[in-house]
Design a protein around this ligand. Structure first.
Ligand code: FEO
Length: 437
């Protein structure tokens, strides 16, 4: 299918009307909604400029496709804009690039109004759609699509690219070759509400673009890189994401910037590429957990091919430590047990680890205790929840470690290092069994 020459639409600098669709290209309209008052998205992203829920209509000679919808409370604006450019009985396809509620809030009502439409989504979107529609799921024409599949609208068509985890497992992108527009849903989005819509007209949203990446995409950066590899071969003239400005001026620069952001903040460590990295991070109340940390560090140092680093979390900023964890191969976290719990700094660190890609790294826990010693099991459970692999049961000592217990700490560190280097039999600790034991 030949690509049409691209010419930016003459969108005015003034605010768009409350129910007006906006032209992206011939036959392509924005029918989304603006949410300027939002100050926190999904609880985790601050949104000083609010956000937008971008949805689109594509018209071909053989019908109309809707690409994504909006958050439920913005349905009225979505339907008003849709009705300004299409009739419901013209809708042949509804494309769901992602099923999070900010993009599917208006879907159940849209399907009631256009029940003949075929719903196109990734295979991993099916269980989400079933949960959203409940018993109505069976009444609609629902078709999973994967990379390389396409549908025709007559003189133009939509092609699909499966791009999991940008942001959820179900995410996909949709390509309108006829107009060289790539619809990417969350990918390349920003939480930045500006009624001028196009990136050559809006205010400066670069911090919003980067903050969005950090909070939404960074935990999935390897998936982001895979998606970029898949999409960069397309000769796109415009990226139409589902949040924030539509990228028609220099769209490829946003792909390149995203690739840079998806690269770990810190490159490979000071050692060779073959060298593994283990971080021993602790908090200590009376020096007992610190002593254990030092022993683990010293033991791990004995194992060739591992660079070990020791950090007292009391004196560390979280952000640079997260950058280090992101490129480390393993972490051992130590906390005393105080009031039956791990200490807050350790919880803060483990909470922040949701913002980085930690899955698959080696994890371990250790700590000193007085009476009950719950902290180690709590850390193990949390690390397992973050999808780290735990090859060794955590190390606990009562009060200050004895000479024998320090030797046990060194042996523990050495075993962790051996696991990192593949010199120990692979095993995964069952935290529930360990807790019962
Ligand atoms: Fe904009 Fe992951 O939803």
């Amino acid at each position: 299918m030949a690509a049409a020459p691209f010419a930016p639409s003459p969108a005015p600098r003034s605010l768009i009307g409350p129910d007006a669709p906006v032209v992206l290209a011939e036959g392509v309209h924005w029918i989304g909604a603006l949410d300027p008052d939002l100050r926190s998205f999904d609880v985790i992203v601050r949104t000083a400029n609010g956000t937008s829920y971008n949805a689109y209509v594509v018209r071909g000679t053989a019908g109309v496709a809707i690409i994504d919808t909006v958050k439920a409370e913005f349905s009225a604006a979505f339907f008003a804009r849709l009705e300004a450019v299409a009739r419901y009985d013209e809708i042949r396809f509804i494309v769901l690039n992602h099923l999070e509620p900010d993009h599917t809030g208006a879907l159940p009502e849209l399907l009631r109004r256009a029940p003949q439409a075929q719903v196109l989504l990734s295979p991993r979107g099916l269980p989400l759609l079933r949960a959203l529609l409940r018993e109505a799921f069976e009444h609609y024409d629902i078709r999973p699509v994967t990379t390389g599949e396409a549908v025709s609208l007559g003189d133009c068509g939509l092609e699909f690219f499966t791009t999991p985890y940008v942001h959820w497992p179900d995410t996909q992108c949709t390509w309108l070759a006829h107009r060289r527009i790539l619809f990417t849903c969350d990918l390349f989005g920003s939480h930045f509400c500006d009624a001028r819509l196009f990136n050559d007209l809006t205010g400066d949203f670069r911090p919003a673009f980067e903050h969005y990446f950090d909070r939404i995409m960074r935990p999935f950066r390897s998936f982001v890189t895979e998606a970029l590899d898949l999409l960069e071969t397309l000769d796109f003239a415009m990226i139409a994401p589902s949040h924030g400005p539509i990228l028609r001026a220099g769209p490829r620069a946003y792909l390149q910037r995203t690739r840079t952001l998806a690269t770990a903040r810190l490159g490979a460590g000071p050692g060779s590429g073959a060298e593994k990295s283990l971080l021993v991070i602790y908090v200590s109340a009376y020096g007992a957990t610190a002593g254990l940390a030092q022993a683990i560090h010293d033991g791990a140092e004995q194992e060739p091919g591992v660079r070990v680093s020791l950090f007292d979390l009391e004196g560390a900023e979280l952000a640079p430590l997260l950058d280090l964890i992101e490129v480390a191969d393993g972490i051992a976290l130590g906390s005393p047990t105080i009031n039956g719990d791990a200490v807050r700094r350790i919880w803060d660190l483990m909470a922040a680890m949701t913002d980085i890609e930690a899955r698959g790294k080696l994890g371990a826990a250790f700590g000193s205790y007085g009476w009950s010693g719950e902290a180690v099991r709590m850390i193990e459970t949390r690390l397992q929840g973050l999808k780290l692999r735990l090859p060794e049961p955590g190390l606990r000592v009562r009060l200050h470690p004895s000479t024998d217990e320090l030797a046990e700490g060194r042996a523990f560190g050495r075993r962790l290092a051996a696991h990192l280097c593949g010199r120990a039999p692979e095993r995964a600790l069952d935290v529930t069994e360990a807790a019962a034991g």
